[in-house]
Design a protein around this ligand. Structure first.
Ligand code: ADP
Ligand code: UDP
Length: 247
C-alpha cells in the first residue's frame, strides 16, 4: 500500500452513474476513482442523491476490500486518498457482472414465484452482460461465450469460483456486523499478467443487506422501493462494519 500523497490526479477519463475516473499522472497502470453522492436504480431511470453517500460507499468498500485481501482475494485497491477518493490498479474489465445470491429477493424471487426471503440451499452465481444500452441482460454460460464476454467455459468457471470465494469471505464479515448478506453484484478485471482481481466497489448500492434481528432492509432497496431512511441505513452499515473490523 503506497501513501496517497505519492499520486497526483490527472484528466477525467470517464463519468459513470456512481463514480468519476481520472488518470494518475505518469502512471498508466493506475486509475483515480472518485465516488459521487448520486444514487440510481432501474438502469438509471430513477435518480437521487444524498450528502456523504460517496464517502460512505468508499469507506465501506475499502474496509471490505482490505478484508478480502487478507483472505487471499486479489483486489484493485492501491491507496485511500480522501473521504471520497481512492487510487486503484487499472484493469482490463470482464464484461460480465457477477451476481451471487444466498437468499432469493427482488425480481428473481418474483420471476420464480418464490417468496422474497427464501434461503437457497447453496449460493447461486449468475452472469449479466455489462451493457447499459441493453440494461445489463442476464446471460447463460453459452450466451456469455457467444457474445465474447468470456473466452471459454473454463473462464466462466474461474469467475464462478472467484465470486463464491468473495461470498464465503463476506458472509461471516456481514454476520459479525449483524447483517444478512442476501445477494450482491461484483465486477472483476485482469491485470497485465492476466490475474483476476476484484474491481469497482462493494457497498449497499450493490448488495442486499438485511438486519439479522429485525430483517430491516439496509441497502439500496430503501431507495428503489421508497422506504425512506436511505442515508441512515448506509451510515449504520458503515458504523457496524467499522466496529466489527477495526478492533
Ligand atoms: P457505471 O459505469 O456502471 O455507471 P460507475 O459510475 O461506478 O459505474 O463507474 C465506474 C466504472 O469504472 C465502471 O464502468 C467500472 O466497470 C469501472 N471500473 C471499476 N474499477 C475498475 C478498475 N480497477 N479498472 C478499470 N475499470 C474499473
Ligand atoms: N445489482 C447491482 N447492479 C445491477 C444489478 C444488480 O448492483 O446492475 C445488485 C443488486 O443491488 C442486488 C443484486 O445485485 O444486491 C441482485 O440484484 P437483482 O438481480 O435481484 O436485482 P433486481 O432485478 O431485483 O433489482
Amino acid at each position: 500500500m503506497e501513501a496517497g500523497g505519492r499520486f497526483s490526479k490527472g484528466a477525467m477519463v470517464y463519468e459513470g452513474k456512481a463514480k468519476r475516473l481520472y488518470q494518475v499522472e505518469g502512471r498508466s497502470d493506475l486509475i483515480w476513482q472518485e465516488f459521487k453522492d448520486s444514487l440510481t436504480a432501474f438502469n438509471a431511470q430513477k435518480k437521487g442523491n444524498f450528502a456523504n453517500k460517496g464517502a460512505l460507499n468508499r469507506e465501506i468498500s475499502s474496509l471490505l476490500f482490505q478484508e478480502l485481501e487478507k483472505n487471499g482475494v486479489h483486489t484493485h485497491r492501491v491507496a485511500d486518498i480522501s473521504a471520497t477518493e481512492e487510487v486503484t490498479k487499472k484493469l482490463e474489465m470482464v464484461k460480465l457482472e457477477l451476481v451471487v445470491r444466498n437468499v432469493l429477493a427482488g425480481s428473481t424471487a418474483k420471476k420464480f414465484g418464490i417468496e422474497e426471503g427464501t434461503p437457497l440451499e447453496r449460493p447461486l452465481v449468475e452472469f449479466y452482460y455489462k451493457d447499459d444500452a441493453l440494461a445489463d441482460p442476464f446471460v447463460s454460460d453459452d450466451q456469455a461465450i457467444m457474445i465474447k464476454a468470456a473466452k471459454s467455459l473454463a473462464e466462466l468457471d474461474e469467475l464462478k469460483v472467484f465470486a463464491l470465494k468473495v461470498n464465503a469471505t463476506l458472509l461471516p464479515v456481514m454476520r459479525s456486523a449483524g447483517l444478512q448478506l442476501v445477494d450482491f453484484k461484483i465486477e472483476a478485471g485482469r491485470d497485465t499478467t492476466g490475474v483476476l482481481h476484484l474491481a469497482d466497489e462493494i457497498s449497499p448500492d450493490c448488495c442486499r443487506l438485511w438486519d439479522l434481528k429485525t430483517g430491516e432492509k439496509m441497502d439500496k432497496d430503501r431507495f428503489r422501493r421508497d422506504l425512506g431512511g436511505v442515508e441512515e441505513a448506509y451510515r449504520e452499515v458503515c458504523e457496524r462494519l467499522k466496529k466489527a473490523l477495526l478492533k
